[in-house]
Design a protein around this ligand. Structure first.
Ligand SMILES: Cc1cc2nc3c(=O)[nH]c(=O)nc-3n(C[C@H](O)[C@H](O)[C@H](O)COP(=O)(O)OP(=O)(O)OC[C@H]3O[C@@H](n4cnc5c(N)ncnc54)[C@H](O)[C@@H]3O)c2cc1C
Length: 359
């Protein structure tokens, strides 16, 4: 989200310095790896609308960087009936092309997958290459004049007359009119003592890569199955090793952790649950994972994004386990907060989070 902001702000001609505590392309936060789901399917009008704007901006990033980032394989949603009805209602309202199939039709169309009906298919879904997107944001920002400083941590950021001052781990400092803090799982550590934040939960999420039995068969769409803790799976890109496979994970139920003290352990229980799921619902995959990894979610109680300004600071985080698909739009929204031309949904503001029953 910080790199997306750097791209959005620098191409508007703003003077930008991006400060990242780790090396470029690191795997210690939330945005590494080559595959995240992009889709329009939300049972919520705000997010369905925002996905439309995000897709336009993804295409701009692809053109600006000369890199293909999206694989438009389509999206499938099925499972819990209220959710499916809600997605269908939002598709109708937002005029998103879609079709509704029963389970048998879906199984004939996507052999190797099992369904419980109804199944919603929409073509405007697929995957984004997350690591390549971060690289594209950063190289684009650099081309538009941004200064990128890796392996340099912000030790403290505070308001000073006329703006902000960030003290850096190498002893230097950056002063600026505004600072966007997009620290992901580290947000509370960096800002918690000066900004009242909602409760932010950092969890270690486990993902697995299962090979397709027929590697030459057409790739399946991205799938969200409202079942148990919410299962998703998608074409896994490069992460599981050579050749494509299926990346699969469960949305809810990650282990609470702290970003600097995580164990990166994949639990045998989760692995066994995923093997059972694949055996039952994905017979077109070998039921033995060939790769596994962990990644961090940072979630607000409502799972809404947190985007707001506090004096000269802009808080741009956390993106609650579903932010990747919105990254270029979040860069636009935070840049809008910086320039005053912003149009951030009120529910993303601090007041909405702090005023919510759970917050
Ligand atoms: C397993 C998994 C699957 C997911 N699947 C999907 C999906 O299918 N679709 C989807 O839309 N979203 C998905 N997401 C969510 C999405 O990946 C995240 O919302 C997004 O990556 C969050 O990005 P971020 O910039 O907030 O955090 P990060 O990428 O972690 O970036 C925060 C950065 O701030 C840096 N930083 C922190 N503190 C400091 C400091 N003091 N000084 C300098 N730098 C600092 C960190 O080093 C880090 O690089 C998934 C997430 C996970 C973990």
């Amino acid at each position: 989200m910080g790199s997306a902001t750097a791209w959005a702000a620098s191409r508007r001609g703003l003077s930008v310095t991006l400060v990242e505590q780790f090396a470029a392309d690191h795997d210690r936060g939330s945005s590494h790896g080559s595959a995240r789901i992009v889709r329009r399917s939300y049972d919520d009008p705000t997010y369905t609308r925002l996905t439309g704007r995000a897709f336009e901006l993804w295409r701009e990033l692809e053109l600006d960087s000369g890199t293909a980032l999206l694989r438009m394989l389509g999206g499938l949603d099925f499972g819990e009936r209220d959710y499916i009805d809600g997605v269908a209602a939002q598709f109708r309202d937002a005029v998103v092309t879609h079709e509704i199939l029963d389970a048998g039709e879906a199984e004939r169309r996507w052999p190797g997958l099992r369904f419980e009906g109804p199944v919603i298919h929409h073509p405007q879904g697929g995957t984004v290459d997350a690591a390549a997107a971060v690289a594209a944001f950063e190289s684009g920002a650099a081309r538009h004049g941004a200064v990128l400083r890796f392996e340099t941590a912000v030790v403290e950021v505070r308001e000073v007359p006329g703006g902000v001052r960030a003290e850096l781990s190498d002893g230097s400092a950056v002063t600026a009119a505004r600072a966007v803090v997009a620290a992901g799982a580290w947000l509370s550590d960096l800002l918690g003592d000066r900004v009242r934040l909602p409760e932010l939960t950092v969890t270690e999420q486990e993902v697995f890569h299962f090979p397709r039995l027929d590697p030459d068969a057409p790739p399946w769409p991205s799938v969200v199955h409202e079942y148990g803790g919410g299962v998703y799976h998608l074409q896994g890109g490069r992460d599981g090793g050579p050749g494509d496979d299926r990346k699969i994970g469960v949305h809810y139920g990650g282990r609470p952790t702290r970003p600097d003290h995580r164990d990166r352990v994949v639990s045998p229980e989760t692995r066994a649950a995923m093997v059972e799921y694949v055996s039952r619902w994905m017979p077109g995959c070998a039921p033995t994972p060939r790769g596994e990894a962990t990644c961090l979610y940072t979630s607000t109680p409502s799972e809404d994004f947190l985007l707001d300004e506090v004096g000269a600071l802009v808080v741009c985080s956390p993106c609650s386990g579903h932010g990747a698909k919105f990254a270029p739009l979040i860069g636009e929204l935070t840049t809008g907060l910086v320039t005053g031309a912003g149009d951030v949904p009120e529910r993303f503001r601090l007041a909405a989070h702090l005023g919510s029953a759970k917050g």
